[in-house]
Design a protein around this ligand. Structure first.
Ligand code: ZN
Ligand code: FE
Length: 261
């Protein structure tokens, strides 16, 4: 007997608002389909029409309007079920299923593990489809960046990001915004001699010059080039004048500098 190869989780990426990315995610076995966040409903409806998929779930990462603003209208139109962060359930419009750290969500035959990643907002969650090697990181981890600390401390955000660093290098990272080129410009100021970063920045410039997405990234690539994941880098510490400082302090200073960049 031979096992038939596992069919990959289907991910259909599209743009919304000025710089958001939105994703339809489908289990090819059951046809169960989710959308990651709801910046606005017109592009989501267009993506559903284009793929021919029908929506079963909204998977919210956090409460901001560019992530949950379309929840109620989309639920009314499709009858979908809304899943979101337990720690922020009161701020997720129409939420049906509230999930927190270590809990799981089944999209048909595929399972996402939930990670609480407070920092950008107090109740942010990330969806990690471990067996499929795919993660949706919302506004916690961006390509070459991380979310601004609107509702959390640097210590909280660093703890959140460390959870994601435990994933295998090849894990695909789908984040919620196309901020990569600006993030690269900042990253180069704090780690100018990181050869992998220099090479990646050039690739990003090329992609953006023809308006192509820089997403997805991988955890391995982020580990090697994203300054917010590299507070233990001696070169980064040296640029900041913080050689030997605790990682949480180096992360905090990196975030502070980016806020003023
Ligand atoms: Zn946000
Ligand atoms: Fe956002």
């Amino acid at each position: 007997m031979t096992d038939s190869p596992r069919r990959p989780l289907q991910v259909h990426m599209f743009s919304a608002l000025a710089d958001n990315y939105c994703y339809l995610v489908r289990d090819p076995d059951s046809g169960r389909t989710a959308v990651i966040d709801t910046p606005e409903i017109a592009p989501i409806e267009a993506a559903l029409a284009e793929t021919g998929w029908s929506l079963d779930y909204i998977l919210n990462t956090h409460h901001h309007a560019d992530h949950a603003g379309g929840n109620l209208a989309l639920k009314e139109k499709t009858g979908c079920t809304i899943v979101g962060p337990k720690a922020d359930a009161a701020r997720i419009p129409g939420i049906d299923i509230a999930l927190g750290d270590g809990e799981t969500f089944d999209l048909g035959s595929r399972t996402a593990t939930i990670f609480d990643t407070p920092g950008h907002t107090s109740g942010h969650i990330v969806y990690y489809f471990a067996a499929d090697g795919v993660a949706f990181t919302g506004d916690t981890l961006f390509s070459l960046g991380c979310g601004r600390l609107f509702e959390g401390s640097p210590e909280q955000m660093w703890a959140s990001l460390q959870k994601l660093l435990a994933w295998p290098d090849e894990t695909l990272v789908y984040c919620a915004h196309e901020y990569t080129q600006a993030n690269a410009a900042f990253a180069l100021t704090v780690e100018p001699d990181n050869a992998q970063l220099v090479e990646r920045a050039a690739q990003i410039d090329e992609l953006r010059s023809r308006n192509a997405p820089t997403i997805p990234s991988t955890i391995g690539l982020e580990r090697a080039t994203n300054p917010f994941l590299r507070p233990t880098s001696p070169a980064l510490q040296a640029t900041l004048g913080m050689t030997g400082a605790p990682p949480a302090d180096v992360f905090a200073e990196t975030r502070r500098r980016k806020d003023h960049f």
